[in-house]
Design a protein around this ligand. Structure first.
Ligand code: THU
Length: 139
């Protein structure tokens, strides 16, 4: 069985580039209320990297997470199947439940790379691992 290029394993250099992009974009977070900055960087099936940061609002419930901003940037540029997403916070936190559901929509096997802003280590998982038995519509 041949493996499609977009399903190939991520290289260490791709992981490090994604983490760098997520760290850079995290510094642009609009988080005046929580002061909790999040940066995310998606690797598209086109080889490009799409960044996103969290966007808070004075009407708190309108907040958008960094992961969804990054996924939106990628999909709106024509990415069909995102290969990976790096998520960077101060404390190497995992994506929230809503973002997990958004990630599985596009690729349940997307590699999720998680790190702290100043860490020299990271951990990897997948969206399906983070959200077992996720909701999907029966077709
Ligand atoms: N946040 C994200 O950007 N991604 C997550 O997965 C969880 C939380 C943001 C939302 C809000 O701006 C701040 O982090 C604190 O919840």
């Amino acid at each position: 069985m041949s493996t499609a290029p977009d399903d190939s394993a991520l290289s260490e250099i791709e992981i490090l580039r994604l983490l760098e992009a997520a760290r850079d974009v995290r510094l642009r977070a609009h988080a005046p209320y929580s002061k909790y900055q999040v940066g995310a960087a998606v690797l598209g099936d086109d080889g490009h990297i799409y960044g996103g940061c969290n966007l808070e609002n004075a009407s708190y419930g309108l907040t958008i997470c960094a992961e969804r901003v990054a996924i939106g940037a990628a999909i709106s540029k024509g990415v069909i199947k995102p290969r990976a997403i790096a998520v960077v916070t101060a404390d190497a936190a995992s994506p929230c439940g809503a973002c997990r559901q958004v990630l599985v929509e596009f690729n349940p096997e997307i590699t999720v790379i998680i790190a702290g802003q100043h860490d020299d280590t990271y951990r990897t998982t997948t969206a399906a691992e983070l959200l077992p038995d996720y909701f999907r519509l029966a077709r």
